[in-house]
Write a protein that binds this ligand. Structure first.
Ligand code: ZN
Length: 129
């Protein structure tokens, strides 16, 4: 028995496809049932650019001594670039190196901002600050 979330729907129009065969077409819009949403390189490039912008903003905040805020800005950079990677089958295409860069910069900014908080807390606890 299928649960509610498993109901197959048309990727194009959202029409429920339960009961149809894989070689049928969607009764609503005639999209083949077996097909998947086409690659949208333009959209991916746009989002890769956004991810890079987030990660650079995170890095800038890190260097103006707002470490914890850098971690917050790094999150969308990592999430957007990870999504692009998953859509492309687990690897970034060669023309989306900025998505790869955003992922790395995002992680570096996130880890450094956590270290920043730890060091700050340690200094505060030990009475240096
Ligand atoms: Zn449809």
């Amino acid at each position: 028995m299928r649960s509610e979330g498993d109901t197959p729907t048309c990727w194009n129009c959202g029409y429920e496809l339960s009961g149809l065969q894989v070689d049928d077409v969607c009764p609503e819009c005639a999209t083949p049932v077996w097909s998947r949403r086409a690659f949208d390189p333009f959209d991916q490039r746009k989002r890769a650019g956004q991810a890079l912008a987030w990660s650079i903003a995170a890095l800038v905040l890190l260097f103006v001594c707002l470490g914890p805020l850098a971690g917050i800005l790094a999150v969308p950079a990592i999430m957007i670039s990870t999504n692009i990677k998953r859509e492309c089958g687990g690897d970034w295409p060669h023309d989306l190196n900025n998505a790869r860069a955003a992922w790395w910069i995002g992680w570096v900014a996130a880890v450094l901002s956590i270290l920043f908080v730890i060091v700050y807390a340690a200094l505060a606890v030990s009475g240096v600050l």
